[in-house]
Design a protein around this ligand. Structure first.
Ligand SMILES: Nc1ncnc2c1ncn2[C@@H]1O[C@H](COP(=O)(O)OP(=O)(O)OP(=O)(O)O)[C@@H](O)[C@H]1O
Length: 210
C-alpha cells in the first residue's frame, strides 16, 4: 500500500500548498486526481514518488519510508517527456535505461523499432511519451503516478497508451494514480476519484466502473 499520511507542503516563500493530505493507493487500484491548475496535483504526485519531501506528515510504502536509493518502486510520469530524458541518448538506450522491455511490450505501446536509433528530438511528443511510460514499468516498480500523460496525444494514441498501461498494471498488480483535468477520462479509468482544492482532498464519486 502506498500512503500519504497527513502530508503538508509549501514551496520556499510560498503559501501552504498541501495541508494535511492523506491518500491510500492499493496494489492494482486506479485512483483519479483532479483539481484546478496550480492546486498542487503535480506536487502531491512528486511527494508520493519521493521526488519531494513533505514538511509535515510522511509517505510510506507498506508502512515503511520510500527507499532513497536504487530504482524507485513509485514512478512519476510527467506530462512533458522531453524534460525526462537525456537528449544525447538514443531512444533505444532511453527505453532500456532501467530494464529491457520485451518486443511484445514495445509493440503493445506502439513503439516502432526504427525509432530506437533516433535521438528523442526526432520523435513526436506522443511517441516519446510512450517510450517514457514503458521505460518506467521496470520490474520492481509497484506504483505509477501518471501526471497528465495523455494530454498531448490524439484519441487513438491515447487509447493505445491507456490500454497498454492497463494491461501491464493488471499483469503486475500495479497501483496507478491518474492526474488529469479530464473528468471523463478519470471516470473511465479509475475506481475512485479525489479532487484537490485549498490544499485538501475531497472525494469525487467513488466506485466508478473502471
Ligand atoms: N519549484 C517550485 N517553486 C515554487 N513554486 C512552485 C514550484 N513548483 C510549483 N510551484 C507552484 O506550486 C503551485 C502548485 O503547482 P503544481 O504543479 O503542483 O500544480 P498542478 O495542480 O499540478 O497544476 P496544473 O494542473 O497546472 O499542472 C503552483 O502555484 C506553482 O506555481
Amino acid at each position: 500500500m502506498l500512503e500519504a499520511h497527513g502530508v503538508s507542503f509549501h514551496f520556499p516563500s510560498g503559501l501552504p500548498l498541501l495541508k494535511g493530505v492523506s491518500l491510500r493507493l492499493a496494489p492494482g487500484e486506479w485512483i483519479g486526481l483532479s483539481g484546478d491548475s496550480g492546486a498542487g496535483k503535480t506536487t502531491l504526485g512528486k511527494l508520493l514518488a519521493g521526488q519531494l519531501a513533505p514538511h509535515e506528515g510522511q509517505v510510506t510504502i507498506d508502512g515503511a519510508p520510500l527507499p532513497t536509493q536504487g530504482l524507485s518502486p513509485v514512478q512519476w510520469l510527467p506530462q512533458s517527456p522531453e524534460l525526462a530524458v537525456n537528449p544525447r541518448w538514443r531512444v533505444g538506450k532511453i527505453v532500456r535505461e532501467a530494464w529491457t522491455p520485451p518486443d511484445t511490450l514495445m509493440k503493445a505501446f506502439g513503439i516502432e523499432p526504427h525509432w530506437l536509433k533516433r535521438f528523442p528530438s526526432a520523435l513526436s511528443g506522443g511517441e516519446l511519451q510512450r517510450v517514457c511510460v514503458l521505460r518506467a514499468l521496470a520490474p520492481g516498480v509497484r506504483y505509477v503516478v501518471a501526471d497528465e500523460i495523455s494530454t498531448m496525444l490524439d484519441p487513438i494514441t491515447q487509447l493505445t497508451l491507456w490500454q497498454a498501461l492497463r494491461a501491464q498494471a493488471e499483469r503486475h498488480n500495479l497501483g496507478v494514480l491518474v492526474i488529469s483535468h479530464d473528468t471523463a477520462l478519470l471516470k473511465r479509468l479509475c475506481h475512485q476519484r479525489w479532487h484537490l482544492a485549498g490544499g485538501q482532498l475531497t472525494a469525487g464519486t467513488a466506485l466508478e466502473a473502471p
